[in-house]
Design a protein around this ligand. Sequence first.
Ligand code: F6R
Length: 607
Amino acid sequence: MCGIVGYIGKEQSLPILLNGLKALEYRGYDSAGVAIGDKGTITIKKAVGQVKVLESSLATDHPIQGTIGIGHTRWATHGVPNELNAHPHSDCKGRIAVVHNGIIENYKELKTYLENHGHIFRSDTDTEIVPHLIEDFLNKRNNFDSALFDALKMIRGAYALVIMDAENPTTLYATKRSSPLVIGVGNNENFLASDPSALIGKTKDVIYLNDGEVATITSENISVVNIEQQKTSFEIVRLEWDLEQSQKGNFPHFMLKEIFEGPEVVRSTFRGRIKSEDNLVKLGGLDQVRDKLKDTKRILILACGTSYYAGLVGEYLFEEIAGIPTEVHFASEFRYREEPFDEGTIAIVISQSGETADTLAALHKAKEYGLMTLSVVNTVGSTIARESDAGVYNHAGPEIGVASTKSFLSQLTVLVMIAIYFSKDKSKTQLILEELEKIPEKIEKILAQSELLKKLAEKYNHYEHFLFLGRRYNYPVALEGALKLKEISYMHAEGYGAGEMKHGPIAMISPDFPTMAIVPHNSVSEKMMSNLEEIKARKGTLFAIATEGDTTIASLANDVFYIPKTIEPLEPLLTVVPLQLFAYYVGTQRGFDVDKPRNLAKSVTVE
Ligand code: F6R
């Protein structure tokens, strides 16, 4: 959840580290810090708050010189966000500097041991045991490499660690277990980052470290060994993301930019993969397992948050289009299931980042069950993408806004294509493909009405509660709309299946508790209308998302936002867009930094 950067080369490292930290700030922003090495000493600077606070405190100090350095932006787990708890952390003598993502589970026992052996701790973090543990081994045998490996063998938990030693001023050390870390390969310079987006504009060539590997990195050389210090091979992967994609351009926020990227994201997700005239879907990532997938009888979808809601739409798609029974599980709960799975069951894990700890744990559990695992992932080369048997990339480009928007659209697009890929009855699929090709244009029409949504948001931004209702394909959209609103505007919002409303939530309906009704014209719209009547009869305020040309809804709802018509399985690709915009406008109008909502982090790498 925190962000890590590292640099070794010929340039001054500080500006490179600060730029990398700014790119990673969406992962955590309680506090930030850097450690820069020069002439056998390490200088550490930290500040509470966003990276710009650290940057301005550094601007008032003497600039720190040095061509090797590490940096960190923190999302607090152990210890409150303050300067002492900010990373990098150091040993007693200030020889070693460490940045860390994840949680060291056995830190308490190690800390007790180290304190009993005279080590003085300055922070409440689990991380600080790492430099002290290395120092402890160094005190016994003055060999940094063996001290490092001895220390790593003692720590348990999830971690990505980058380590500097003042006495080895030309080397960075990096290792990981269940927490992402990539090496950016440059020309006479090398980089480290917990997320490849920090490397955009610096290098496109990256090495993804595997769990348990330790990399020793100089400006000219990278070597990777396992924990037993045996050399392991590595692959350099080329990233296709460019600088423009990682910048806001003319938009005030990444979230708005990414919502407006929706049409292009859907296009680039299906580009080269569908041929509507031939009623064909081609998913190269599934080719290698094509034969094994033929006998799929049941699908489990495992994911968290917005990706889970995309999975709920997938459930309807797979059952209706492919005729395969499907269940969706919260990845964080799936691990507690003890269910015997029949042959023919496969698991599909969905994750934008490809690094979500709960989703990764669910993937491992599915593998333990012996299930074939597929992934739907946006970040190329991420852990989930590498560890699943096969998969389909989203091709949405980097998503920087903490709240998922464009990746939801690309996940839905991938799920439509997978459903068609699995379908044995092709009589309905050509129409779906033809309609999918028209979706980007229809999203553009919705985006062209963004000013209207902004005005409507002004009318609703003072409420403290919101109910979101939908049925069938739009039930998950109601859940997603409520999630977007609560995480961006801190307004209490609940999503429900409209039929469930009368089984409890109706008790809350009042003029002060408005309802967002997702009611496009479809097979369930009459039932939706009855539920809306029930709300109206209790003087509830109604805001409806409806299909262009619907003449009945306006007499019932206080406000209506119209969207173009599409076929029911593709409706979520349209209905979610006004909800994303609505959340964006309410959040900004209430004065919040929507790209960095409080307490959240982009990639949740702790369980
Ligand atoms: C909500 C949001 C989160 C993520 C969830 C899973 O806007 O972004 O709910 O969807 O943390 O993340 P990924 O998809 O990276 O596994």
